[in-house]
Design a protein around this ligand. Structure first.
Ligand SMILES: [Zn+2]
Length: 97
């Protein structure tokens, strides 16, 4: 089992592409906010992993319902097969309860 809580997401500044970025907590809507130490600007983090996007989840489920395999889905959405698998697993657990 992998420790999901320690996954490190690399965040780049959207203004200067710098990597010296610190997290500043979340906004009211839950969007993480970051500050770049290079240019001093703040910005919302982009999801570096498509698997974290709610939209992507829906796409996975949609494609799966339409008969696409895990390989196809991961290729189409440009995410890992593991992400597809875990998303499908999670959604199954939810629908069963
Ligand atoms: Zn910057």
């Amino acid at each position: 089992m992998e420790a999901i809580g320690v996954v490190k997401i690399e965040v780049k500044c959207i203004h200067c592409d710098g990597k010296d970025v610190v997290k500043m907590g979340k906004q009211a809507n839950g969007t993480p906010r970051c500050k770049c130490n290079s240019c001093g600007k703040t910005f919302q983090t982009k999801y570096t992993s498509n698997g974290a996007k709610p939209q992507t989840k829906q796409m996975i489920l949609k494609l799966s319902t339409n008969g696409s395999g895990i390989r196809d889905i991961s290729r189409v959405l440009n995410i890992s097969q593991n992400t597809v698998l875990s998303t499908l697993k999670k959604s199954k657990n939810i629908s069963q309860t």
